[in-house]
Design a protein around this ligand. Structure first.
Ligand SMILES: [Zn+2]
Length: 89
């Protein structure tokens, strides 16, 4: 009977040691979400015609006086070009 109790205690200690060893040697959690947050491919830019904010990658872009101007649509781009040509300054 005493032998059985010792066996149970040794078995319990062995089980605890094995469990902590398995947890300690496990792979670290991957920071996938943190890496995605640093990717800059969705910058918000303002349309100068209708003042709407759009994602730069979805915008209509126009090179003007060495700067890239982003528009929400081709209509806004055309209105901007029209306002620039009609302006004497
Ligand atoms: Zn617009």
């Amino acid at each position: 009977m005493l032998k059985l109790i010792i066996l149970a205690v040794v078995g319990y200690i062995f089980y605890r040691a094995l469990k902590s060893w398995m947890l300690g040697s496990g792979p670290p959690p991957a920071d996938v979400a943190d890496r995605r947050a640093t990717e800059v491919d969705d910058v918000l830019v303002q349309d100068p015609v209708c003042k709407t904010y759009i994602a730069q990658r979805n915008s209509i872009q126009l090179r003007h006086n060495g700067k890239t101007i982003c528009f929400c649509s081709e209509q806004c781009r055309d209105r901007f070009i029209g306002s620039q040509t009609g302006d004497p300054s």
